[in-house]
Write a protein that binds this ligand. Structure first.
Ligand code: EPU
Length: 424
């Protein structure tokens, strides 16, 4: 197994321009949605990431013709020969569960491995399954697999359903299924994340009838068939925020291009409160930072609140702030694994349950550290880039799951970074 490491020589001022890729968390549901179309679909601005490769392999394994060339994925579902998502692939990426709704809606049956827990929390999929049951599906869990079957006649039935909690993946899975259901589905307590909106817009381009997009209640009038379309993945707001964070940590100046400020207002507001000068245009955002960051208090919340996927990167900025910040993680129960690693780099963070108290220090100091999950990895990379000396970051496969071309982008921003291939 390849266990690459990053060697980062610190003391960088993070400054320069970086082009933002398509969003991982939009690309994954959009790829799953391709299963719904009877004619070929083309998706542009798809990032080259391990998670994208995994989902393409999963869909290809069903006999569907799907391929990626550069940033474009084409998919033709003419020849599907099974409706099965095996444990081997699902265990590496929880978003695989997103094929369940499309398979069930289009073919009336699916067998998808139940994703296990993951590093950041137990992450059940009960809400997805509850909604499919409300649409008349028969669901059983056998030998670690979810077996789902549409009611007699092979089509799911429109229904009224309200999620018990806000779930991004749940909302996505169910709107895909409802698009082909018989009758109208009214979904309450939907997630409002930009990636959910992107999916709903692509479904409309495929012929779905959805109203209330971007609000908590979506109404989906099921249609008999969906056709292919050409669509482009929305910019990655988390990648954007991650690189801008570098400017705040190093009195730097970062210009992110091919991205959209309206996608990340809650993050930009905090950056401004920390002292950054944020300027934006139609498709760019720039963060300039003069002094030391000011401390802030944040609590992660569903959109339009502060995103959990930026919590670790924001914490890395707080570590260098001139005062004490408080962070409350409300979405996942175990998303502080970067804390001991940041402390190894000289930070002063204490965690009590969901709350982290971050006492600002003047600087990070180099140390060997271990990446624990995708966003945690980025906080460590940024911290190491500012630290004096060489830091070795282990287990960077986490970062490859979600940040396209990360070392070249970091180099363009002035970070001295080298990938070390270790072949275990
Ligand atoms: N939840 C349940 N039951 C469900 C569904 C969710 O209890 O049926 C809980 C989860 O355990 C969690 C909370 O509800 O505590 C929110 O989970 P959600 O379903 O919203 O998350 P997700 O769809 O599994 C997506 C992103 C995550 C991001 C979250 C929250 C993708 C592929 N993943 O996950 O992204 O953190 O929404 O915004 O879209 C990342 O990119 O690093 C990442 C983890």
């Amino acid at each position: 197994m390849f266990m690459d490491q990053f060697l980062i020589t610190g003391s960088s001022r993070i400054a320069g321009e970086v082009t933002i890729s398509g969003a991982k968390n939009a690309a994954l549901p959009l790829l799953a949605a391709m299963i719904l179309a009877e004619t070929p679909t083309t998706l542009h601005n798809v990032p080259s990431l391990q998670d994208v490769r995994t989902l393409i392999e999963l869909i290809g394994g069903m006999g569907i013709h799907i391929q990626k060339q550069d940033d474009t994925v084409t998919c033709d579902t003419k020849n599907i020969d099974n409706f099965y998502a095996p444990y081997d692939l699902v265990k590496t990426m929880r978003a695989s569960i997103l094929v369940l709704g499309p398979l069930l809606a289009r073919f009336g049956e699916a067998e998808v491995s139940l994703p296990g827990g993951c590093a950041i929390g137990s992450r059940p999929v009960d809400q997805h399954l509850k909604a499919f049951e409300a649409m008349g599906a028969e669901i059983s869990v056998e030998n670690g697999y979810v077996k789902a079957r549409a009611p007699k006649g092979g089509r799911l039935l429109g229904c009224h359903f309200s999620f018990d909690m806000i779930t991004v993946g749940g909302t996505e899975n169910v709107i895909m299924a409802a698009a082909l259901a018989k009758g109208t589905t009214v979904l309450g307590n939907c997630a409002l994340e930009p990636e959910v909106v992107d999916l709903a817009n692509m479904l409309v381009a495929m012929g779905a009838k959805i109203s209330g997009i971007g609000t908590a209640t979506m109404t989906i009038e099921g249609v008999e068939r969906l056709h292919g379309c050409e669509y482009s993945v929305v910019a990655d707001r988390i990648e954007t925020g991650s690189y801008l964070a570098g400017a705040l940590m190093t009195r730097g100046d970062v210009l992110t291009k091919k991205t959209t400020a309206s996608l990340l207002h809650p993050v930009l507001e905090k950056f401004e409160a920390m002292g950054a000068i944020i300027t934006t245009g139609d498709d760019w955002i720039r963060a300039q930072m003069k002094g030391r960051p000011k401390p802030v208090d944040i609590r992660t919340q569903p959109h339009p609140g502060f995103p959990t996927d930026m919590q670790a990167q924001l914490m890395a900025i707080c570590c260098l702030a001139d005062g004490t910040s408080t962070i409350i993680e409300n979405i996942f129960e175990n998303r502080y694994m970067h804390v001991p690693e940041l402390n190894r780099l000289g930070a002063s963070i204490q965690v009590d349950g969901h709350t982290a108290v971050v006492k600002g220090v003047e600087k990070f100091t180099a140390a060997p550290v271990m990446a624990t999950d995708l966003r945690a990895s980025m906080s460590l990379v940024m911290a190491a880039a500012t630290a004096e000396g060489d830091s070795l970051i282990d287990r960077i496969y986490h970062i490859d799951r979600g940040y396209e071309d990360v070392e070249n982008k970091l180099r363009a921003l002035g970070v001295t970074i080298e990938r070390i291939n270790t072949n275990d």
